[in-house]
Design a protein around this ligand. Sequence first.
Ligand code: ADP
Length: 266
Amino acid sequence: MKKKYSVPIIIKDLKWNYGDRNVLKNINLEFERNKFYTIIGPNGSGKTTLLKNISKILFPKKECVYINEIDLITMKNKTLAQNISYVPQNTMIDFEFSVMDVVLMGRNPYMGRFQSEREEDIEIAKKAMQMTNTWKLREKNINELSGGERQRVIVARALTQDTDIIILDEPISNLDIHHQIELLDTVKFLKKDITVIAVLHDLNLAAKYSDYLILTNNGEIVQKGSPREVLTKENIEKVYSIKVNMIEDPVTGSPHIIPMSTYFNR
Ligand code: ADP
């Protein structure tokens, strides 16, 4: 039985440079268990770089990122994979794997070197595929799927990894509106007691699904808080350089943004 931490991710003074370009500037954040966080902000703000630092795709400096109280940089890859699953923006798979094989890769962190998957692993994978509506694709070649289908398969693999932290970089950008809602519902409601960190560009969906929004710009955090606190007309107009009207979502009461065209609304 895994120990549950109330604050599974702590980030202290995290910086990141690409060459001499300062992309993350002194980021301090805490992520609580069982909450849905969405990082928002214009292109180039450093959102993906932040996610990569948390998932050790990029290597942060010592004592900057803690996962379940362990410094990420000292964590073994297998332990990390039992704690965090990461769904990148674009997943290229070079080999001719079936969908089932790709999803079962999510069980690798729990298997010995030459061990093959057990009945239990297949059951976990099947459940994740049913949740993401990919079970019917299980015998197909991963490279024969549409971008949206492939994205759902990669999310199924992440769910199969059975971690308490799921990180999703623009998980719905390739999906039609039906699959967008289905995927967000799956991650938010079907998996219990996990921490989700997503990057989403759709601010209205972000407002509906997130407990907290983290608004970023130029490698800094502009504001972190509830959707109502963060998605103000002032914040959006300043950070995205557009004019907006704000209304309330009639069902959830969350803020709903209507961007103003510079042509229609002269
Ligand atoms: P976002 O996810 O908010 O769009 P990114 O984290 O992808 O932002 O990128 C932040 C900045 O870092 C951008 O200006 C981008 O061009 C730059 N950048 C991203 N990846 C690299 C890289 N591998 N090498 C150099 N610069 C990069």
